[in-house]
Design a protein around this ligand. Structure first.
Ligand SMILES: Cc1cc2nc3c(=O)[nH]c(=O)nc-3n(C[C@H](O)[C@H](O)[C@H](O)COP(=O)(O)O)c2cc1C
Length: 303
């Protein structure tokens, strides 16, 4: 049996499989199906300073080998999460990664301050959000704004800071370096790719928000390429995601430089996806006589 434990910026994960933000809620529904404490970690649904009701329907559309979503960050707000959901999650025995979203640098900073005295293990900063003060261009698309928001939040965060990079950019390596320069303890990627779907009978955009985020196996080769490029550009750990459905997919991300992986859309197709992927990865590593997970991280042979 391989030792699957990972140390991610000082936080111990019992294995590298983490439930991805927005696809696992706060874990309660999945815990009715299996003990979520078996997973390495959970990244909770993206939280904002104030509660949000989210976008008008439709919020999801099925696409070839994937899905588009425009949920619009529906969430109960960071205060309700800290009071109601965080204590329950901290008793489950997995790393709790708190995903935060904001429309200004101040929003992110205030959330980091509110989370500082809690027992949350790590923050994941979703920077695929519009920067209202800079005309609504997403923080995650410009190296300079990535650097600025990372630096400001790092100065207030008590927990290690993971910066979640957007794939809707020209140069992922440059953005990974900007996060590192701003003081990120690790990076995660990729978030969803922007897309639209059309209901041709109604001649109308399928999603209430028109534009949605594409996820699932359709984005996996692109996600793998970005994880590979980003991991070569920085010295901090990288957490990889994008279309992971099986243990083989997870291993491909580890080989391309990810120290751990997140599983998102797969949870909708198979509610047992996370423990299944973990089991498949374990079997695959045992077949390859791998004793420690680090042996495979970044070990892909390039041509
Ligand atoms: C319905 C849905 C909601 C999501 N909500 C969030 C979110 O709140 N915050 C965030 O950082 N990412 C969010 N994501 C992105 C996922 O965490 C992940 O980055 C992306 O879906 C790619 O992984 P996958 O192909 O395994 O789903 C969401 C994805 C989906 C499908």
């Amino acid at each position: 049996m391989a030792d699957l434990a990972v140390r991610l910026c000082g936080v111990r994960l019992k294995n590298p499989v983490i439930a991805a933000s927005g696809t696992f809620g706060f874990g309660r529904e999945f815990h009715q199906l299996y003990d979520i404490g078996r997973l390495g970690g959970i990244s909770v649904k993206g939280l904002t300073l104030e509660p949000r009701g989210g976008n008008a329907p439709h919020r999801m559309a099925e696409t070839p080998s994937g899905m588009l979503n425009a949920v619009g960050l529906q969430n109960p707000g960071v205060d309700a999460f800290i009071a109601r959901d965080l204590p329950w999650l901290l008793e489950r025995g997995l790393a709790v990664i708190v995903n935060i979203a904001g429309n200004s640098v101040e929003d992110y900073c205030r959330m980091a301050e509110k989370l500082a005295p809690t027992g949350a293990h790590m923050l994941e900063m979703n920077i695929s959000c519009p920067n209202v003060k800079q005309g609504g261009v997403a923080f995650g698309t410009q190296p300079d704004s990535i650097y600025q928001v990372t630096r400001a939040v790092k100065a207030r965060a008590a927990q290690p800071l993971m910066v979640k990079l957007s794939p809707n950019v020209a140069d992922i390596a440059e953005n990974a370096r900007a996060a590192q320069a701003g003081g990120a303890d690790c990076i995660s990627l990729i978030n969803t790719l922007t897309g639209v779907a059309v209901d041709v009978r109604r001649r109308r955009m399928a999603l209430g928000n028109n534009v949605g985020g594409l996820s699932g196996p359709a984005i996996r080769p692109l996600a793998l390429r970005m994880v590979w490029q980003a991991s070569r550009a920085v010295s901090i750990p990288v957490v990889g995601m994008g279309g992971i459905m099986t243990g083989e997919d997870a291993l491909a991300f580890l080989l391309c430089g990810a120290s751990a992986v997140m599983v998102g859309t797969a949870n909708f197709a198979d509610p047992f996806a996370c423990p299944r992927i973990l089991q498949e990865l374990d079997t695959l590593l045992a077949e390859q006589h791998v004793r420690k997970l680090e042996e495979v991280v970044g070990a892909v042979i390039e041509n």
